[in-house]
Design a protein around this ligand. Structure first.
Ligand SMILES: [Zn+2]
Length: 153
């Protein structure tokens, strides 16, 4: 049996693995990686034992902060985030789902006051089993991950 890497290994940096397929591009935007100078490689729809299909993001020469890692979990609850040094995993970042998320996502409700007034959006993160709901403090409506992930500000 030969095992080949679908996405090239990196020497130093961060690997964000076990991303639910379809969320990698949202996570790129969430972390603003498209605006930074880090070298980023992305794998989409790779086979995964745990998720069936997964996405993966490798960021060279950059270590995610704990806050960034925690934000990622709202879009990818089963994510594993590893710090790589000299091609080896030297640390796994322990993530916790944040209790709320401020001014990251726009509210999907077109009637929400945050759509017309210059206020920061605020979602309370609620979990129901495997599901994560985003509860808007202003219009008091709940949204699922797919509804808000399209709405990164
Ligand atoms: Zn709202």
């Amino acid at each position: 049996m030969t095992k080949t890497l679908s996405v090239a290994a990196i020497q130093h940096g961060t690997v964000i693995d076990h991303i639910n397929s379809g969320q990698a591009l949202h996570i790129i935007r969430l972390l603003d990686l498209q605006k930074k100078n880090h070298k980023v490689t992305i794998g989409l729809n790779l086979p995964s034992k745990r998720l069936q299909y997964k996405d993966i993001i490798k960021i060279e020469n950059h270590v995610l902060s704990n806050d960034e890692a925690n934000e990622v979990t709202v879009l990818a609850p089963l994510v594993s985030i590893n710090i790589i040094d000299n091609f080896e995993v030297v640390k796994k970042i322990n993530t916790t789902l944040p209790s709320h998320i401020v001014n990251v996502f726009a509210c999907p409700n077109p009637a929400c006051i945050t759509q017309s007034e210059p206020v920061e959006t605020y979602f309370k993160i609620e979990t129901h089993g495997n599901r994560v709901n985003f509860f808007c403090r202003y219009c008091e409506k709940s949204f699922d991950r797919n509804q808000v992930s399209e709405n990164i500000k």
